[in-house]
Ligand binder design. Structure first.
Ligand code: NAD
Length: 327
């Protein structure tokens, strides 16, 4: 049986849905304290047992794990706001690192050593070459990225000293929503460009802010690699198959290899929605590299991953969700 931490969050809920669809006889246990997640995001199936708990509380985790035959874990639970991590490092270190280390210690104690971890391209810091492959130096420039790197190192510590098997998946920018329209992105505050732009298109915001239009990119705005959340979900299923089948100790990028600038995102959102989208040019934010684009050859080779959604379709699914949000 599978334990999913943070499974009521954006990416976690899409993973749970994909995993249950691909494994019709499987059940999952989700531990999510609902600080950021939504229990409505898991309402689509009765094969999910949700515990509204802190995944870093050792006693509660021992108790939950004594009641279910869990043999593998997918760990999404974390705080994920880069800006906030710079202002409140303790909050991020406490949750992303200390709580995760507590979780790992309980899993190690109970012999549950198959693990898939949500890492991030933020562990690379300012790219020295683009596209970024997994051998790129990890030199994060914000606390959020540092906390994720610390967990990668903790996992490596377990894997080199015992029979742990794990994959750290370094995602680029997650985007889009499930095609069913039942689940999608719902963060408060929202900081991601696609939902912010679509909310401006829907008249829920007066304008989209563009943070800097004088970068060294073709249109002056930052370029990012937007990967559909269901493509991420499939990669987690494949990574899970891998850690269950043999002992691995690895990190794999998840991105499309296609960069899109902020202006291109806004143009594509305008095309998809048929609306004019007001924009406001603002100063650059500190710590925003001009270009972050993945080299995804390793994911294709090692996982057999083949992302299916292009940018337009990703935005179409996000727009469908934005117009008919359930939470
Ligand atoms: N969204 C992205 O573009 C992106 C990119 C790279 C990496 N990631 C990583 O992917 C993971 C999921 O991101 P998301 O966008 O779905 O975020 P999210 O906030 O929607 O989901 C995280 C979930 O974890 C839960 N959680 C947090 N701390 C917890 C704790 N101590 N115990 C139990 N539950 C807890 C929250 O309630 C939430 O439901 C995170 O680890 C994030 O760092 C996200």
């Amino acid at each position: 049986m599978l334990l999913v931490t943070g499974g009521a969050g954006y990416i976690g809920s899409h993973f749970v849905r994909t995993y249950l669809n691909r494994n019709p006889r499987a059940d999952v246990v989700v531990v999510d304290n609902l600080v950021e997640g939504h229990k409505e995001a898991l309402a689509f199936s009765d094969r999910i047992t949700l515990f509204s708990q802190n995944m870093g509380d050792r006693d509660s985790m021992r108790d939950i794990l004594s009641r279910f035959p869990v043999e593998a874990v997918v760990h999404f639970a974390a705080f994920c706001y880069v800006g906030e991590s710079q202002q409140k490092p303790t909050k991020y270190l406490q949750n992303n690192v200390i709580n995760t280390l507590n979780l790992l210690s309980v899993l190690d104690e109970l012999g549950i050593k198959r693990f898939v971890f949500s890492s991030t391209c933020a562990t690379y810091g300012n790219p020295r070459s683009v596209p970024i492959d997994e051998s790129h130096v990890q030199d994060p420039i914000n606390v959020y990225g540092m906390t994720k790197l610390m967990v990668e190192q903790a996992l490596r510590s377990y894997a080199v000293t015992s029979d742990w098997s794990y994959v750290a998946l370094r995602y680029f920018n997650a985007a889009g929503a499930d095609d069913s329209g039942e689940i999608g992105e719902s963060h408060d505050p929202e900081t991601h460009i696609i939902p912010l732009t679509l909310q401006a298109a829907a008249g829920k915001r007066d304008a989209v802010q563009i943070f800097g239009d004088d970068y060294d990119t073709p249109d002056g705005t930052c370029i990012r690699d937007y990967i559909h959340v269901n493509d991420l979900a499939v990669a987690h299923c494949q990574a899970l198959d891998l850690v269950r089948s043999k002992q691995v100790n690895d990190a794999i990028n998840l991105g499309t290899t296609h960069g899109a600038s902020v202006k291109e995102i806004i143009t594509t959102c305008a095309e998809v929605t048929g609306k004019e989208i007001p924009t406001r040019i603002c100063p650059r934010r500190s710590g925003d590299p001009p270009v972050l684009v993945a080299d995804n050859r390793k994911a294709r080779l090692v996982l057999g991953w083949n992302p299916e959604y292009d940018l337009k379709r990703t935005i179409e699914t996000a727009w469908m969700w934005e117009q008919n949000r359930r939470f």
